[in-house]
Write a protein of this length. Structure first.
Length: 457
């Protein structure tokens, strides 16, 4: 809200009022304070002419022409009265630290003027807001404001750089590396002097070539992304993702990035591979930095080779950033390791179905005692898998553990046996991605690994 030279009224003269006033004094508003017994600091501000102090309660007419009102008395009834008066006059009112009856709220802020971070929880968790504020205060360099102010005065000059990536690269270079370094070595003057040279350097840079990075997005929890994945994602021009990639992870892409979903869930309608290939090649041809996001690890049942082959044919450069595959996330969820000395020295990663339908495997060796497998894309083919294993002599009481939505807040673990697995699955009405561990029972301690059981924030 533009409050320059506008009137803001605050009612109250003690602690609560003081805290709000400190915030309001950062604005250019005209501040009127109503307090019958103002504290010393408020008296001082009044004496210095920073605020106008009326040594009485707020009355009718006082809110005339005010743009905002704050009810910051220590007493609830008085605050309600102020709020009622403001509502009558049509002035937006905030009752400090009280959502009910307030028509607006003021968030906690991290102030690096002109950069401001506002943190609000809609009144739900003020303590959490303060924790986030403390964290950001520590993390954001105090000089950020100085860099932003110098940057602002240089925006016009930087327009000589090509819009889009050219300019973006320049600014991120300035804020992340060059600016802070120059500021450390020679203060604001050094920053100003360094800017023209930096623009020059970026001008002579040749256009970047298109590039594709295959990124494993992990099982769903954004915190399970690698640092590299996160960095590449936040720098991409185009993000092409499978349907299984969770929305929280897509949030980490740049706001201006083009996000394209190519629905490959394993079954159901899917985007033809040829279309995905041509999207990759087409965007790369335009010089875009592309992230091809695949759930889990791109190298596990990700049809990575077909896309790499298409890029090879088109002469497009690419790289791969590994991710956490569903079997790893599922193992963590059930509190078991995938291999164990004396139990199993190998594990099979199987696909329950392939392009042709239900997939055949070496059932004979799997059915032997001690056979262990993590079976992907297996929910629809569960009955088939169960039938094949039993037919080849697997014990009916072989443990089978199913993990749905591993690592997500909706994670579920179903414990059963080979004999019950198909009915267990049908009864559980599984709707999210799920992995079947054949020959692996959940640990009794699995609850500790369950995301829902994490300590509440
Ligand atoms: N590249 C992925 C696998 C893609 S195939 C990876 O490395 O994990 C899709 C299958 O992965 C799903 O059918 C399911 O079996 C498994 N899957 C993916 N995400 C999962 C999750 N969060 N929980 C359980 N299984 C998952």
């Amino acid at each position: 809200m533009a409050v320059e030279n506008r009137k803001i009224v605050l009612s109250g003269g003690r602690e609560t009022a003081l805290a709000k006033l400190r915030l309001l004094l950062k604005t250019e508003a005209r501040i009127e304070v109503y307090a019958s017994h103002p504290c010393a600091e408020i008296e001082l501000w009044a004496a210095r002419g920073i605020i106008q102090l009326k040594r009485r309660r707020l009355g009718r007419g006082d809110l005339c022409e005010a743009v905002l009102a704050y009810a910051a008395c220590e007493n609830e009834a008085a605050n309600r009265q102020v709020a009622a008066m403001a509502r009558m006059e049509g002035v937006p009112v905030n009752i400090v630290d009280t959502l009910e009856g307030s028509s607006f709220i003021t968030p906690a802020i991290v102030d690096r003027d002109p950069v401001t971070v506002a943190i609000g929880t809609e009144g739900a968790a003020p303590v959490l807001a303060r924790m986030i504020k403390a964290e950001l205060e520590a993390r954001l360099p105090s000089a950020l404001g100085i860099l932003a102010n110098i940057g602002k005065s240089f925006r016009k000059a930087a327009e000589i750089l090509p819009a889009g990536r050219g300019r973006r690269d320049f600014w991120s270079h300035y804020y992340m590396r060059h600016g802070p370094r120059a500021l450390d070595s020679g203060g604001a003057k050094a920053v100003r002097e360094a800017l023209p040279g930096l623009v020059e350097k970026h001008l002579v840079r040749t256009e970047r070539e298109g590039h594709v990075t295959f990124v494993g997005a992990g099982p769903g929890d954004p915190e399970l992304l690698t640092l590299k994945a996160r960095k590449t994602l936040s720098d991409a021009d185009v993000v092409i993702h499978d349907r299984l990639v969770s929305p929280e992870i897509l949030e980490l892409a740049r706001r201006e990035a083009t996000i394209i979903e190519v629905g490959k869930t394993g079954y159901g309608p899917s985007c033809p591979q040829a279309k995905i290939n041509s999207l990759l090649v087409g965007h790369a041809g335009r010089g875009d930095q592309i992230v091809r996001l695949k759930s889990g690890d791109a190298c596990v049942f990700g049809r990575l080779d077909e896309e790499m082959a298409a890029l090879d044919r088109a002469g497009v450069e690419y790289g791969v950033i590994p991710g956490i595959t569903a079997a790893s996330a599922g193992a963590a969820a059930i509190g078991r390791s995938l291999t164990k000395r004396g139990r199993n020295s190998s594990i099979n990663l199987l696909a329950g179905h392939d392009m042709a339908g239900f997939a055949e495997h070496d059932w004979v060796s799997l059915a032997r005692p001690g056979g262990i497998a993590a079976i992907y894309m297996s929910i629809k083919s569960a009955r088939f898998i169960q039938g094949r294993l039993l037919m080849h002599g697997a014990a009916r009481n072989t443990p089978v553990t199913i993990v749905e939505n591993a690592s997500r807040t909706s994670q579920r673990v179903l414990a059963g046996t080979l004999a019950t697995m198909a009915t267990d699955i049908a009864e559980a009405e599984i709707s999210g991605p799920a992995i079947i561990f054949y020959g692996l029972a959940a640990s009794d301690r699995q609850a500790e690994f369950h995301p829902e059981k994490k300590e509440p924030a």
